[in-house]
Ligand binder design. Sequence first.
Ligand SMILES: O=C(O)c1ccc(O)c(O)c1
Ligand SMILES: [Mg+2]
Length: 603
Amino acid sequence: MRKSIATVSVSGSLTEKLEAVARAGFDAVEIFENDLLGCPLSPEQIRERAESLGLGIDLYQPFRDFEAVSPGRLADNLRRAEHKFRVMKRLGTDMMLVCSNVSPGAVDDDALAAEQLRLLAERAADHGIRIAYEALAWGRHVDTYLHAWRIVRMADHPNLGTCLDSFHILSRGSDPGGIEAIPGDKIFFLQLADAPLLAMDVLQWSRHYRCFPGQGGFDLAGLLAHVLRTGYAGPLSLEIFNDSFRQADTGRTAVDAMRSLIALEESVAQVLGTGSPLPRPVQPDGFAFAELATRDHKRLGRLLGALGFARTGQHETKPVELWEQGLARILIDRLHPESPTDTSLVAIGLESPDPALSAERAKALLSPVLPRHRAPGEAPLEAVAAPDGTELFFCDAGRPAWREDFDAVTPPVGHIGRIDHVALSHPWDQFDEAALFYRSVLGLRPHESVEVADPYGLLRSRAMSNAAGTLRLALNIAHVGARGLPGQHIALADDDIVATARRLRALPDDVLLPIPDNYYDDLRARFDLGEERHRELRELGLMYDRDDDGGGEFLHLYTVTVGRVFFEIVQRVGGYRGFGMANTPVRLAAQHASAPAAPAPDR
Ligand SMILES: O=C(O)c1ccc(O)c(O)c1
Ligand SMILES: [Mg+2]
């Protein structure tokens, strides 16, 4: 399907936008009027620029407040239209979007609206131009797609059709099934936008919170299936008004946009039962390893040692150590002692049932493939870059080939058995991109986005997991500002966290984050745990949570922070599925208290 994007959807000057969307593989653009007005190039030069980039200009928009007006206003509007037609001719585009009148002066009269749109279509026809009439969700009288279609049908002119915009349809709760009653050749254009499900004024929602398909809560594949069943053969065009995208890196947003359309084509193929355009998703089963880079490997090693890990190997050719306990594996990349980089998470190994297929899918969804500098004999690992720059390696499950690169001894058996989850930190403008990446590339299921109060800011977090619940990621938004905390951590699954906590408390070094007493006073009110259990949690500094239905229980504790990373130790009891988010505000405050005025994380 032809892929297009409205220039309003990405940041930058018009020429920057054209270059970025061409590079991301789009076939065409909708030129948003403001982008043209502020551009130093003439319409002819814009046309040439687009052409040289291989981009068509599929639509010019928006033409506002045209229909259902007084005769005096109509003459004025037709004069405006004539001018736009000439500009469009110079641009080389033959479709103009007219959105439904929002002015208080608009008349509530469908016959009048139809008559005037017919007049506009006749004028347009003289220039070889077609008019796509779109219902804005906040239109004065026309605010649903079926109403716009009734008027188009009434006007009955070959140069007048309708433009469907998924946001206006789904934000109003309209049933998209009605689309199938519109003949495909009268749907002149299709605009696609998703949005998070928010309870707010629809105009504000549309102008600030739209996002790419798959990043919000609308069923775009369902809507698109209805559109395609009409025989519509025009472009799929993204039209995204979003405050973050407006400021974000243009090239990145354009790639994110293209990824969303590729993933949407796959989803709609599923709905329609047609062949999938992509290598099928392969959900990873679990973590093969987490890799940390540090210039202070001794300190990190001491902390891992205290947690019961042993250094079981040294990479044959690289300054990389392997630390293990049970099936939990941590790689420590030794940085030069003078490296400017703080200790941080740099890579994750994902156990995949089919690593080559995982990598193929990641590539098809535009993930940057990482060059592997392999020494002879080293395990070939497929790797791609996640949105936050973390390297993702696709590894065999079981006894992994990569482990042969280490002259390793048998790992110790302790209470920690594996990595439970990894939390990754993203800049605020890459949060939606990250959620779509993990959902589409790895086939993970997104959980609800949650916001947690931090004494110096707000933490946004969204968990992603595989169907079996054996692989969990937490996507966090990194704080901006001087008092941002590291958002990265590795959570380790423990089968007897009480014993582990007792052992760690007895160590001479403080390796655990102290939890304020007030937390335990409140815990007593939240849960009826019994005196003895409550005292034990308080003494050991363990945090506690329980599923809402009272089913599963969660016990967890945190280590001190090294550089930008800390560890969490968790024990899930009775199938607890969450992440102890109820305790996160207390944890964040405790981390601030023990690391006052930590430097802001680098982006
Ligand atoms: O917000 C607007 O005004 C606006 C303009 C044109 C569109 O296609 C649209 O969906 C919204
Ligand atoms: Mg629109």
